[in-house]
Design a protein around this ligand. Structure first.
Ligand SMILES: Cc1cc2nc3c(=O)[nH]c(=O)nc-3n(C[C@H](O)[C@H](O)[C@H](O)COP(=O)(O)O)c2cc1C
Length: 141
């Protein structure tokens, strides 16, 4: 079995754009965390989200808290932020406490107001897609 899922949380649509590009590349639907998702099962779950005041969105954190470690075999994080430095540390911590392994994290250039305007751009999106394809091929079951 090699079941992939993509879930994103977004405020300004960057994560949606990234998640949809990944979905197109992997041929699966990207799901918005705000759509009352049913309990998930996945061999590899991509969690896509931005950083706001150093944190992930509360709805993403609530979703991660709801994950069942019997049903989620591994997670990869795709993060977009203006600093290109901050990761989804709280998400990581919750997953660690649940003993759900995080295989890798990719931090993509985002933008905020006029800082780094235009990002994530075409090249940023391609880098994210390349990362996810690489990870999903590495994790074939
Ligand atoms: C209210 C707000 C707070 C933000 N705080 C941070 C931050 O602390 N660090 C950072 O690197 N980027 C920060 N950003 C930039 C976002 O992480 C970046 O724009 C990201 O791409 C947003 O993803 P989204 O469009 O999916 O919501 C902030 C953006 C907003 C709107």
């Amino acid at each position: 079995m090699n079941k992939l899922r993509i879930v994103y949380a977004t405020k300004t649509k960057h994560s949606k754009k990234l998640a949809q590009a990944i979905g197109n590349a992997l041929n699966i639907r990207a799901e918005n965390v705000s759509d009352n998702l049913l309990p998930l099962e996945a061999d590899l779950l991509f969690l896509v989200g931005g950083i706001y005041g150093g944190e992930s969105l509360p709805e993403l954190l609530a979703f991660v808290k709801s994950l069942d470690r019997e049903k989620i075999k591994s997670v990869a994080l795709i993060t977009s932020c203006v600093s290109k430095k901050q990761g989804q540390d709280t998400v990581r911590k919750i997953l660690q406490d649940k003993e759900i392994p995080v295989v890798d994290e990719f931090i993509c250039q985002g933008s905020f107001l006029f800082f780094k305007i235009g990002h994530p751009n075409k090249d940023d999106i391609q880098e994210v897609v390349d990362f996810t394809v690489r990870i999903s091929e590495r994790r074939k079951y």
